[in-house]
Write a protein that binds this ligand. Structure first.
Ligand code: PEP
Length: 248
């Protein structure tokens, strides 16, 4: 039985002091020992939020990292820095990173391998545009993204990773995918993992849905057989996140 995984993506919101206030507000609402609960916060908020959630059930994630340990990469954050600061997870390949910062599948694969090297668990994002969905090439596109992401990743590491299916047309739009649409793609991702590795790996890997999830839509989405939780943007900044975590 896979443990549910609910991550909030705070995106570029909250100053360090605001982040501490939000973490304190959310902590009592997101208590749940049966799920993994993660706050993926802006880089500058990591240190104070790690301190704020200490002793709770919440882990901290980063929203991005670079694929080198250190060096002349002005403005970048290394996996060593994240690990030392107390981070456990890192979102890799969010569609906003792909779209606004030109991150390619090849670069994302390097980041995924580097995250594993330093004991960080990547939350690997994939998803299609509305045009791709309308053209009927969603599954083909997702297969390409998944295959590229898991290049040279061992089965043991793949098992421990988290994939987030986030249709771009549903992110921040209020237009949530139906549970059938989300299940179709999440089930297909599991099939791709089975083809790339084996059934045991496909059974263990956690696959999330992301895109305008709210406390109202979470129960139906998370009841689907291949949806193991959610990556939540807008609603993760509000008390609604508590309702998403405790959706049952
Ligand atoms: C996201 O950015 O990962 C996301 C799913 O955002 P939202 O929930 O706001 O659509």
């Amino acid at each position: 039985m896979r443990r549910k995984f609910i991550a909030g993506n705070w995106k570029m919101n909250k100053t360090p002091s605001e982040a501490v206030t939000l973490a304190a507000e959310l902590l009592p609402l997101v208590k749940n020992d049966e799920e993994d609960v993660v706050f993926c916060v802006p880089a500058i908020d990591i240190v104070p939020v790690v301190a704020a959630v200490k002793g709770s059930n919440v882990k901290v994630g980063a929203q991005n990292m670079y694929f080198e340990d250190k060096g002349a990469y002005t403005g970048e954050i290394s996996p060593l820095m994240l690990k030392d600061a107390g981070v456990d997870y890192v979102i890799i390949g969010h569609s906003e990173r792909r779209q606004y910062f030109g991150e390619s599948d090849e670069m994302l694969n390097k980041k995924i391998l580097k995250a594993f090297e330093h004991g960080l668990t990547p939350i690997i994002c994939c998803g299609e545009t509305l045009e791709q969905r309308e053209e009927g090439i969603t599954l083909e596109w997702i297969k390409g993204q998944i295959t590229a992401a898991f290049q040279n990743v061992s089965a043991d590491l793949a098992k421990a990773s988290v994939v987030a299916y986030e249709p771009i047309w549903a992110i921040g739009t209020g237009k949530v995918a139906t549970s059938e649409q989300a299940q179709e793609v999440c089930g297909y991702i599991r099939k791709c993992i089975c083809e790339l590795y084996d059934e045991a790996t496909a059974d263990e890997i956690r696959i999330l849905y992301g895109g305008s999830v709210t406390a109202a839509s979470a129960p139906e989405l998370f009841a689907m057989p291949d949806i193991d939780g959610g990556l939540v943007g807008g609603a993760s900044l509000k008390p609604d996140f508590g309702g998403i975590v405790n959706y049952k």
